[in-house]
Design a binder for this molecule. Structure first.
Ligand code: HPA
Length: 248
């Protein structure tokens, strides 16, 4: 029985606080997941951890086998997923260092294997994706953040871009016009695949930088890393409370 599955993003490829009891390589009909799944206990609850960029952070966003990752988590019995992601800030409240729990997505990715519903179908299948994240998990994240005294922005429109390059300033202007307040490279198709498999999935995003053209000067990797590192400490506190209070 897995109480919570966590997908780690950039800056969170190892979950050092997790007391790992075993690791398992899962073979899926869609190929290999990004890494073996680490099982362990965290605050006396059973937690599974999967780093989406691989254990050594070597898999770029457009090469991640999202289908294998989500299938593997379903296969091991996870029903609730919290996906950690580093993002750029577009909206004025999304300054570097902010943690946001987005509630909407716009997908700008292309050429990624983005559905389980394409071969050997009895019937063409469409999923409802009006509200892409699990509101239940989102509200539990927001409540956990409050108890952990971790300030979070409790909404956000995640624009998922292809990467691995960052965006141009004009692309960000266009995304802002579309309503995006955050930009990241891994939110899709991961979120939709979780919905296709009926998993309760929400995202906890740490803003690493002002998106292109929103800050002064170029986006510096060193600054991004520093914001991600500091953000991750707060995310761990938040996850700690979430794990303790998780309602299943
Ligand atoms: N754009 C896309 N993805 C990102 C960014 C960004 O500015 N920062 C962190 N992930």
């Amino acid at each position: 029985m897995i109480d919570l599955a966590i997908i780690g993003g950039s800056g969170f490829t190892q979950f050092k606080e997790l007391k790992v009891t075993r690791r398992e390589v899962i073979h899926t009909p869609y190929g290999e997941p990004s890494a073996p799944i680490a099982y362990g206990t965290f605050r006396d609850r059973s937690v599974a951890f999967l780093p989406r960029h691989g254990t050594a952070h070597t898999i770029p966003p457009h090469k991640i086998n999202y289908r294998a990752n989500i299938w593997a988590l379903k296969h091991i019995g996870a029903s609730h997923i919290v996906a950690i992601a580093a993002v750029g800030g577009i909206g004025s409240e999304m300054a570097p260092g902010v943690i946001a729990i987005p509630d909407q997505i716009i997908d700008y990715t292309y050429g990624r294997d983005h559905t389980y519903f394409e071969h050997d179908l009895d019937q063409v299948t469409h999923i409802d994706f009006s509200h892409p994240y699990s509101e239940g998990v989102r509200q539990q994240l927001i409540a956990a953040a409050k108890s952990a005294h971790v300030p979070v922005v409790s909404h956000g429109v995640y624009g998922a871009t292809q990467g691995p390059r960052l965006e141009t300033a004009m692309e960000i202007n266009r995304m802002e016009g579309d309503g995006c307040t955050l930009v990241g490279m891994t939110g899709m198709p991961e979120t939709a695949l979780a919905r296709e498999l009926g998993l309760d999935y929400a995202c906890c995003a740490v803003v690493a930088n002002w998106a292109a053209g929103k800050g002064d000067g170029p986006i510096l990797m060193k600054e991004m890393e520093a914001h991600i590192e500091r953000g991750m400490e707060r995310i761990i506190s938040l996850i700690q409370v979430l794990t303790e209070t998780l309602r299943r």
